[in-house]
Design a protein around this ligand. Structure first.
Ligand SMILES: Nc1nc2c(c(=O)[nH]1)N[C@H]1C(S)=C(S)[C@@H](COP(=O)(O)OP(=O)(O)OC[C@H]3O[C@@H](n4cnc5c(N)ncnc54)[C@H](O)[C@@H]3O)O[C@H]1N2
Ligand code: MOO
Length: 417
């Protein structure tokens, strides 16, 4: 058996980020920039008002106060989006809206609240500071400056910056297109009748959801019978277009463990036993001339999930060019539970809070790796070490959260915990 670290390191050593690809800017969402992106425009693009009010020359409002307001004629309105060129002559004002271009000659904007708001001749109760309420062209970024450095994942704020900066296309690390293949004669697709000895393929939909939630693209989710020729042909077919393939089932010691039989000796494929519970039988390698990473995960649903979290997720993140750190947290065990000897153990736990407000955890949903209904009750996987044979009540355990923290905290707040 090899350790979890060894297997993960072996995978990550072989994983290369995908080649850069140029995509329309809105398609860059979720992807990582492959080169620096420079702004094509000054932002703001032009001097504009930050308030609804009046564009003025401040010299015209010398001495203006609530007691002695100064009256100026209002030449007209400038709304946001006004494309005309306006000029402010001395001794007058333009009524101006937030985001509207400041007319030439104006050196400040007075907020409507500091006037009587009249549309034709307004009384001004203040003399503004120079430049008051004017957002200057280029104060955010200048044309030619880097708006997003290479290696940045494009989330919502970055998308706003890119489109504002006039970017139409972005060079990104290509989107990771994942093929998911469940294997096993016992499986039927969702919605099909379930006959004697059959079960619904839950790994396919689960992996598709995991892939999608992690921001990758599940381009094909299929299932294969326990047939060597069919399996060989199907895997070959997907090697032409997939950026990663995940199979489940058929990798242990059964007479019908087809995946292992078909892929042994192909590419850099290695089948190993990893010192973990669940998830012991694992396979990984690069296959085909495109050197596609292929993960062959064990078929038990809990083993599949744990294998995805421990090996596949970090590998796909590297494939996507993302830089990510450890996202584990910790909790206090409220009870003791067994930990498999010589294997890192991932125990499904439910999260509550102890009296100090820290996460407190206890096993939930049983511990068989086939217990898919019980799996749905878990908030996290508690990780205990190879050396442990028991997690002691009161000890601190590492947690891999299976739900966003905010959802766990929201549920706990609702329960008054
Ligand atoms: N003699 C031994 N038998 C087994 C060993 C072993 O060391 N010696 N290891 C066990 C462990 S641990 C695991 S994990 C499983 C892994 O088995 P496979 O990856 O070969 O998977 P299958 O045999 O095809 O299926 C296992 C189990 O999971 C169910 N399954 C499979 N695919 C799906 C799916 N898409 N959706 C829902 N459920 C699925 C399948 O029906 C089996 O019950 O091997 C142990 N055996
Ligand atoms: O290691 Mo298997 O993955 O227990 O169920």
């Amino acid at each position: 058996m090899i350790s979890v670290e060894e297997h993960l390191a072996n995978i990550l050593r072989q994983i290369e980020p995908l080649a850069p690809e140029t995509v329309p800017v809105t398609r860059a969402h979720g992807l990582v920039t492959a080169s620096d992106v420079t702004s094509t425009a000054d932002l703001p693009r032009f001097d504009n008002s930050s308030m609804d009010g009046y564009a003025v020359r401040r010299a015209d409002l010398e001495g203006a106060s609530p007691e002695n307001p100064v009256l100026l004629p209002v030449v007209g309105d400038i709304a946001a989006g006004d494309q005309a060129t306006h000029e402010l002559v001395p001794g007058a004002a333009w009524r101006i809206m937030t985001g509207a271009p400041v007319p030439a000659g104006a050196d400040a904007v007075v907020r409507v609240e500091d006037t009587d708001g009249h549309p034709r001749e307004a009384k001004f109760r203040v003399q503004p500071e120079p430049g008051a309420n004017i957002r200057r062209a280029g104060e955010d970024i200048r044309a030619g400056e880097v708006v997003l450095p290479a290696g940045t994942r494009v989330a919502a704020p970055q998308l706003a910056a890119l489109v504002s900066a006039g970017i139409e296309e972005v060079e990104v690390v290509a989107p990771v297109r994942v093929v998911v293949l469940s294997t096993g004669d016992e499986l039927v697709r969702v919605g099909e009748p379930v006959g004697p000895g059959q079960i619904v393929d839950s790994n396919g939909p689960m992996l598709e959801a995991l892939v999608r939630e992690a921001g990758f693209f599940a381009v094909h989710v299929g299932h294969l019978p326990d047939d060597e020729d069919v399996t060989r042909k199907e895997v070959r077919h997907h090697l032409d277009h997939a950026d990663a393939i995940i199979t489940t089932g058929g990798v242990s010691k059964g007479a019908y463990d087809i995946v292992k039989a078909v892929l042994t000796g192909e590419g850099t494929m290695e089948f190993v036993e990893v010192a973990m519970q669940p998830g012991k039988p694992q396979g990984f390698g690069l296959l085909g001339k495109r050197r596609v990473p292929v993960f062959t995960l064990p078929g038990n649903p809990v083993s599949t999930l744990v294998s995805f979290e421990v090996f596949v997720r970090p590998a796909l993140e590297k494939r996507a060019g993302r830089l990510v750190g450890d996202t584990t947290t910790t909790g206090l065990a409220t009870t003791s539970w067994p930990s498999a000897a010589h294997r890192r153990t991932y125990t499904r736990v439910r999260v509550t809070r102890d009296s100090t407000g820290e996460y407190a955890v206890e096993p939930v949903g049983g511990h068989g790796s086939h217990m898919v209904a019980g799996l749905a009750l878990a908030d996290a996987l508690a990780v205990s070490s190879e050396e442990a044979t028991e997690v002691e009540a009161g000890s601190r355990v590492e947690l891999m959260l299976l739900r966003p923290r905010r959802e766990i905290d929201g549920r706990l707040a609702g329960e008054g915990a």
